[in-house]
Design a protein around this ligand. Structure first.
Ligand code: SAM
Ligand code: SF4
Length: 456
């Protein structure tokens, strides 16, 4: 059977409200290196080469850079909380199970975070800089419990210039949104919640180790919306025993329930979840085409319902500005705190180590970094181009910059031919749903072809 036959079968199985033609057209336009099975995730610059500086030199460099910085551009704050009630077999996030009775460990972790918060707030003018969002990622930050979350938020409010406009946001599971936690979040001023739904099919949920049934997710969605929070949900396609119809039913029913934003993922199989994936019939040589179709159909459904993409895999209504994930498009800097968290000030990127060395280093020095690197002139030129691709919209001057920097290669022309982008009347380009699937490949291809000697 050819790929086109398989595609026809998949398109025939879609719900009637999906128009199969745009999906078939986008698929037909693909050619190597854009092949559905070979999509890659976009990598940050620090993941593509070694750090320039080790932990101490990185911290000194950041302090030196920031001591002379006078910018009043807002910054984002990200705090990583790697704890969860249990580690889900499918999960690729940096997180681990922390039993709730292990209070002492969590308190020690909070001491480390608070030490790092204090260290950063003493650097340059950071304590006075406006803050656009404070985003608690994980893991499951609600696993800290109300008292620790309160301690953390109070520490941040006391250390940085949060304003009524600052959006407080966190990532959580349904189980983490207990009434006590939800009340505390309201009291602390949280306005945005990222709820990891993954799937609303109870059989699929069981296979991925979700304990709460779909009915509990629906109640949590209603409860979150009735509090007035901006609610974003994460959904994954390609889960074991999940049909495309079931994935699309989740998209449409959550949109109908009033959810503000959707992050769509394909299940990633990494060394840490490979055995679980294999045990559930998802082998290394899996065919990604069904998931590509589900992803494109989900995007189509959301766009038909009035959602717009504000990063390559996130669709949002007007309320959902997705403030943390869109920070580069506003020229903001990112102060990231906690193990494995990575931040950026100007052209300097830094990252933290994993949990144990992080806590050790914070206890010793107040702050624990893994290392840092300064973007080269070439990386500096590429940086806004990559940010634009990942934002889902490439403005006209960025399209021109790509064409100017890589003449003769007609990169943007190729993207159009492959139906990864649509050209807008003003000269901008927007990612198609297929472009969202291949955003990492577009970044990789551009980076490979970009001249080694920048043109300035
Ligand atoms: C920080 S994680 C989890 C948030 C929350 N703890 C939860 O479980 O719902 C953010 C999101 O990453 C996505 N994710 C985790 N593992 C994944 C994988 N192996 N493949 C694709 N997406 C994954 C999930 O959609 C998840 O909600
Ligand atoms: S999916 Fe969420 S709850 Fe499960 S281990 Fe990953 S971060 Fe924790």
């Amino acid at each position: 059977m050819t790929a086109t036959d398989v595609l026809d079968g998949l398109l025939a199985g879609l719900p009637p409200e999906i128009d199969p033609l745009p999906i078939a057209t986008q698929f037909a336009a693909l050619a190597p290196p854009f092949t559905v099975d070979d999509w890659v995730i976009p990598l940050p610059v620090w993941a593509t080469r070694a750090f320039d500086d080790g932990p101490d030199a990185a911290w000194q460099t950041l302090r030196r850079d920031l001591s002379s910085a006078t910018t009043t551009t807002p910054m984002c704050l990200y705090l990583h909380v790697p704890f969860c009630a249990r580690k889900c077999d499918f999960c690729d996030c940096y997180s681990f199970a922390m039993r709730s009775h292990d209070q002492a460990t969590m308190d020690r972790y909070l001491d480390a975070l608070c030490g790092e918060i204090a260290a950063w707030s003493a650097v340059g003018q950071l304590a006075e800089r406006p803050v656009s969002t404070v985003h608690f990622g994980g893991g499951t930050p609600t696993h800290l419990g109300p008292a620790r979350l309160r301690r953390l938020v109070n520490e941040i409010r006391g250390s940085f210039a949060l304003s009524p406009e600052t959006e407080l946001a966190l990532e959580t599971t349904v189980g983490g949104l207990t009434p006590a936690m939800a009340n505390t979040m309201d009291e602390l001023g949280f306005r945005r919640v990222h709820l990891g739904v993954q799937s609303l099919d109870d059989d699929v949920r069981r296979l991925i180790g979700r304990r709460s049934p779909a009915a509990a997710v629906r109640s949590a969605v209603d409860a979150a919306l009735s509090r007035g929070w901006i609610l974003s949900v994460d959904l994954i396609c390609g889960l074991p025993e999940q049909s495309n119809r079931s994935f699309l039913h989740d998209v449409s029913s959550l949109a109908a329930a009033g959810v503000d934003g959707f992050s769509l993922y394909e299940l990633l199989v990494y060394p840490q979840n490979r055995l679980w994936a294999q045990a559930n019939g998802i082998g290394d040589g899996r065919n990604h085409l069904p998931n590509y179709v589900a992803f494109l159909a989900g995007a189509q459904m959301l766009e038909a319902a009035g959602f717009n993409r504000n990063t390559f895999n996130h669709w949002a209504n007007r309320r959902d500005r997705n403030v943390y994930f869109t920070f580069p498009t506003r020229g903001e800097e990112l102060l990231a705190i906690g193990p494995i968290a990575d931040g950026v000030f100007g052209d300097y990127h830094y990252r933290h180590p994993r949990y144990a060395p992080y806590v050790r280093a914070c206890r010793r020095d107040g702050v624990g970094l893994q290392g840092g690197l300064r973007r080269t002139a070439r990386e500096n030129e590429l940086h806004p181009l990559i940010s634009a691709i990942l934002s889902g919209r490439i403005p006209p001057d960025t399209v021109a910059a790509i064409d100017h920097a890589v003449p003769g290669e007609a990169i943007t022309h190729l993207w159009r031919e492959r139906r990864l982008v649509d050209a807008c009347a003003d000269g901008a380009m927007t990612l198609t749903a297929s472009g969202s699937w291949f955003a990492g490949n577009m970044v990789k291809g551009l980076t490979k072809r970009y001249p080694q000697t920048p043109r300035g």
